[in-house]
Design a protein around this ligand. Sequence first.
Ligand code: ADP
Ligand code: ZN
Ligand code: ZN
Length: 797
Amino acid sequence: MMDGRTESLFAADGAAPAAYASVVVDIPARALSDPFAYEVAPALAGDIAVGCAVLVAFGHRPAIGYVVALADSIDELPGAEGLAGKRIRAIDAVLTEPVCSAYAGAVAYWMSREYVAPLAECLRLFLPPGGTPRLRHAADGSYELEPPAVPEVRERVVSLTPAAADYLPPARAVRQRQLMEALACGPVTTRELNLLYTDLSAAIRALEKRGVVEVRERRAWRGIDDQTTLSSARSSAPAALTAGQSAALGEIERAVDDGADDVILVDGVTGSGKTEVYLAAIEHVLAAGRTAIVLVPEISLTAQTVGRFRSRFGGAVAVFHSRLSAGERLDQWDMVRTGAARVVVGARSALFCPLSDLGLIVIDEEHEQSYKQGSSPRYHAREVAAQMAHLGGFPLVLGSATPSAEALHRCRVGEYLGQRWCRVEMPERAGAGRLPDVIVADLRREFAGGARSIFSRPLREALLEVAERREKAVLLHNRRGFAPFLMCRDCGCVPTCKHCSTALTYHERTHTLECHTCGATYRVQPYPAPGSACPKCGSRYLAKMGMGTQQVEDALIELMPPEAKVIRMDADSTRGKDAHKRLLEEFDAAESAVLLGTQMIAKGLDFPEVTLVGVVIADYALKMPDFRASERAFDLLEQVAGRAGRGERAGKVIIQTYLPDDPVIRAVAAHDRAIFTSHDDAERAEALYPPYVRLTNVVVRGRDDARVRAYIGAVARAVMDEADALGAGAGTGEEPVRLLGPTSCVIERAKDQYRHHFIIKSAPGLDISGALFRAVERVGAKPGVKLSVDVDAYDLM
Ligand code: ADP
Ligand code: ZN
Ligand code: ZN
């Protein structure tokens, strides 16, 4: 996986004082993907260190750079071969203390090579949050960094001094006694005192003067007020681990102790206790004085998940998710940087936190597509984490009940790009839960029998039974590809956006059509309103199609007796900051309830009282034009089915479908993943899809269609030339590189720009990134067209 250069380009931290520095100049251009050598004047040598932001001249303008290596002589500076004797510019100023490590530099360098992305753009991922640093003129005419937009906040902590032991407040000094009682168990912040008591500030001042209490100011950490009443958010270690858990933990601890960069896939059914394995592994890592990162898909980064980590590791846990404010994000970052937090739980970008002594990375729900970044650098967290484990000499743990085809394949082979991959199975649920019975309700038969209801007879009866027994149910209605839209019943036309080739989504409440690509909205009068008219043929039968969650909610409220609460959870009902958490707490507190929602309810919820899971319609997801669609559908159904029967009472799952014979449905119904994976694997092998090849998508967009076509043609030819050069050495019988296209994208136009692409299928061991890098450099940038490269692409549209 390493291309020799990566390791040697970056020196270890703390090599100062030094005469030369290797600097990543913060100008994001693909061509500038190597660090540059600069001289360090003796006056700066004492201040400079790896990770410092520095002021350098680049061309004729000043720029910010980041020091990634230091050396005493130019010959020793990594990557500066051949510069000896040449004129080398000097660094103008040191702007900050170190803001990133040599390790960060090495990972960023690998990312820029692997994903054909500008080095500066990759390094920026590792910088403190709060936007890209910018230069401004200081009062004395020199340059300095713009100060951060978000200030730090401070808090005051009150504690007793040793003198308190001998101090007895007079009987009338009620406040002083209250204060001393409040502090008896340890220091308390003034903010907490204000919440608990009426104003104690006079008492604090009085006792401070007597030397009985002491007030200190310290940095306060925003973003850790994540309290929840959910019982399942608390987590004490179980009395004993299951056999599967012990095996998984043993494998991980061995790798940690040996400093091995193994990738360990914990392949455990929902409820098998994977989270428990992560917690125990992290305990082991912390005990050895090291730190850990846990990645969780954004969607399951709930109070419940976070609570389990906090209740085990307390204040040592920093959390990153998209709902944090700028100030909260900055403080969580600083908690990590200062060492106050030694465990990080977060979405994809939490990988780039400044943990020192990283000793383990865990990626839960490894198969989730949200681990792939959609904009440049288009990295996949799993691949970056594997590289980080390799560079750092520690294991990577992947967890899933439905591992990706890529992970399963690599474990079967036993290695990937020189790293060992192994799989540990946990086929049984931990504790009381058993796997639920799965019933498939064939909607074709229901429909043929004259039924027109949203709910089939088995689902209807099961829902009513849940209410009768005062239990809880979860009902999945995934709207993806199923959102309400308008269609002309006469000509079949579906209104699309004027600027994009996207079908518009209909929003009932505002009577608007909205484009999910560019956000444009259009007023509309669907049938039967008098003004309704098809934009193509003028027919007035422009009618609503598809079914929204609210429609299912209405049907549910009509069906259920009033004592069963109906709670809807979708993008609309979870817009507020804590809405998601509140709805779950409401579900938790209710005696009997149905939680209806989109895929956001499928993941991670652990409510033992849930005895029924229903899927309103399973099919939309199976029929998407994407070779990973069935993998996603299988994952979703398996996940949502896993919400049933987690407690003492048995669970039941009812899946409504028009396609009961689909391998996805059959696999879920039989609790036999092999029914799906063997079918899926054969299809991928036959059609040459990952994991059998790597897929790279190269897209060019621009306003002038002809220019876009000419440019992508040139890039495609250059890629083939470079690939031929690679292929000669590959020596396999099959073509090592295949190019599909160029052709227009499925989404031909977006935001008034034409889009063309080609797809590269390449043999897994081949350095396709290198070929692309050289091809793109050779063709160069052209005005009016934008190129994007997506290595190991997931979105091919
Ligand atoms: P997963 O992450 O695989 O879905 P969890 O770690 O959430 O599984 O565990 C599912 C449930 O089983 C939780 O309520 C957890 O507390 C419980 N559990 C986990 N390990 C054990 C064990 N060894 N003994 C008893 N209960 C356990
Ligand atoms: Zn649009
Ligand atoms: Zn029409």
